[in-house]
Write a protein that binds this ligand. Sequence first.
Ligand SMILES: [Zn+2]
Length: 213
Amino acid sequence: MAEEKKFNLLDMEDPYKEKKYILTSEEKAESRFGKLVFPFPQEDNEVVARGADEDYVIHPQAYFRGASQIPGSEFNQSYQIFVKPFFLDRAQHRHVKDEFLVFLGASFPNVFDFDARIEFTIGKDEEAETFVIDKPTIVRVPAGVYHCPLNFKEIRKPVFFLATLFTPMFGGIYDMPDGTTRELYYNGPVQCKYNKNKKCDSCGKCLQESWEK
Ligand SMILES: [Zn+2]
């Protein structure tokens, strides 16, 4: 019985091995898929937790600012390394989509090399549950669920923190002290896409752009 040779994707050759069209940055600006490839700008966190040492975070940090950077993106993400205790987020809030928080060790290359104590609350009032994060952990915050405070209480080894929110721009719904509800957006200390002299004010105009030519 002849043994049937199974097709294995791992054995495939690079189909563009012989003829590869590598784009220069000038060509990328005009190309069909160029808007889908976005090099991270170096950013410095401008929101310093009150009372915290400014060097609680390693500089620079990377942030993916969602649809303003890659048109059509329905998520945004932060990549920060925290090295000192600080109170990141005091205000309870909700989001219109899911949020995921990732806590890993930043003593690379072993992400399980973790020595920190972080407190994170999910739920509000009598429903509130506070979790201690003292090992590599991912948390899902479903859309509409109240969460925070998020407090990095003890940091003995650097922590790699990623926050991912499945909306085109970062933002949340906050209950204000006067009883009103406010939707607040924040797109980082970036320049306006349409006006080089203006800082982004999270107006959302660029979120309507398409990645397609
Ligand atoms: Zn949140």
